[in-house]
Design a protein around this ligand. Sequence first.
Ligand SMILES: [Zn+2]
Length: 166
Amino acid sequence: MNLDFRRALQYFLRACLLKCPECGTKPIFMPIYRIRRLRDYFTPLDGCPRCGYAYERELGYFLLSIWAINYGGGSVLGIAIYCYLEYFHHLSLPLLLFCVISPVVLFNFFFARHSKAFFLALDHYFDPHIKGGGGGGYGGSHTKEQPAPAPVAPQVAPTPEPAVLV
Ligand SMILES: [Zn+2]
């Protein structure tokens, strides 16, 4: 496996800014001021308006980002807070639960977009889309640009010349 740290850092920074992993200019999500429903906050756009990179490659594409990155990060945060409070402060159980759970819920809400952006960057790094594959946009995984077949001129039967009547 060939690791390119410069490209990995570039994708990571683009994910931090919630920008397209391919071109790094257009956003992955709808801007906050245009959100009308809570669903708009969590749902990425269909693709990059500049380069056409498809953000959601297939149905359920972001499940791993939610379960592994977002919930995993929240779990690590909760465990760290619990260990800190349990070791340095002796709180009652209800207060301890409140102090552990509430930051985790807030973290999961505000980190949801970044977890999807990090997943996109990670997937684009290890399994990049290559432009082509028909349709002019980005195709599925491992689609390599194929040369277009040469157009075939239609065969036209010669028409007989019309008879001239004198
Ligand atoms: Zn783009």
